[in-house]
Write a protein that binds this ligand. Sequence first.
Ligand code: 5AD
Ligand code: SF4
Length: 437
Amino acid sequence: MSDKYYILTFGCQMNENDSEHIAGILTEKGYERTDNVREATVAVINTCSIRENADDKFFGNLGDLKGVKRENPNMILCVCGCMMQQQIFVDRIREKFPYVDIIFGTHNIADFGNLLDEFLESRKKIVRIMDSSPVIEGVPLRREYRHRAYVSITYGCDNFCTYCIVPYTRGREKSREADDIISEVKCLAEDGVKEIMLLGQNVNSYGKGLKEPCSFAELLRRVSEVEGLERIRFMTSHPRDFSDDIIDAMASSDKICKSVHLPFQAGSDRILKLMNRHYDRAYYLGLVKKLRERIPGITISTDIIVGFPTETEEDFEDTLDIVRECRFESAFTFIYSPREGTKAASMEGQIDHETCSRRFKKLVAALEEEIAEGVIVYQDSVQEVIVDGRSKSDENTLTGRTRSNKLVNFTGTASMGDTVNVKITKANTYYLYGEQI
Ligand code: 5AD
Ligand code: SF4
């Protein structure tokens, strides 16, 4: 029987994609995956540091693993991801969680196999963190799904939004060469992948520093030409970099899903400026209008932060106004969380917790109202759905996504990866319900 590995991933799709590479490296070494950490010979926790509650959850989990490690002292416990790019967390782990064996950073993933070999030989703790690295191609990968895949196109971020830790944990923005991306996408399509998600902190600025120049719009056109793909998605888009050329590329390909993730973060010009977002409310609203005109039926999702330093009731009302005006398909909502080392963390006028949570509740209520009205368009419609599998809560229900990325639970006979038509019988705020036809 092979040794097993266990991976726990916190945070965004970038981290999920990194974990798929870690899984790929471990698979090549002959390990098999398990979802039960007690069976694992190698356990990896891939951390996120975007907000404080992610830190807290991680330390909770790490504490729980003490018992597992006591029962199974040979288990190799590894910790990686964004938190490890911050010295304070590495110090805290070394001091309070001495049973962690390997600590590595976001730029050391390609080297994980060697770190593991080194540890197996020496059985001595390894801490390996680099500040940056060139783009490394050809790292093995083990996908979560057969029919859909993430493809990272940029790494890091140059935007320095004042609240955000990502530019510090993931480093400067780097793009992969378009040819490398296209070869990967072709391999995936040949392997049966129907849907790909192009990933980056800001995909729209793809192309910086390439040997062979290529813009994001051009990349989209090239990816659309790959045979076998049915759906192309991308995230995240910075509103500032959403060029007309990208809109044209989206409009001209049936394979590119007509949905964008376009965080606006805050509705007040004053707060947007303090956030260093490089656009104002009028620009954002204009962009949404243009997208809707040029790409009929487009769905837009967003990220919103409440309680940024100095946010007044009036500023917050501006955020609610955007929610009411834009008819988002969905939104991720966050209470501002100060991240040490970012500009906003040392700003005067931090907002108290009570005000934040009151605003947060109001924001969620406004969104739910808007989304509930928006989903009415799905009622009784027929949607193309790619099946992701069986619903976790009900064996008899299938689950999948529409082209607009809406979750659909439905009855039917299809199998994972099939593309089927589903008649929508009920449209809830967070998912649709239907029957396969
Ligand atoms: N506090 C709250 N939300 C944040 N985000 C990023 N940094 C913070 C922070 N310090 C949110 C932004 C971003 C999303 C990925 O996380 O909305 O778009
Ligand atoms: Fe963070 Fe802004 Fe970069 Fe997004 S664009 S990762 S919010 S700094």
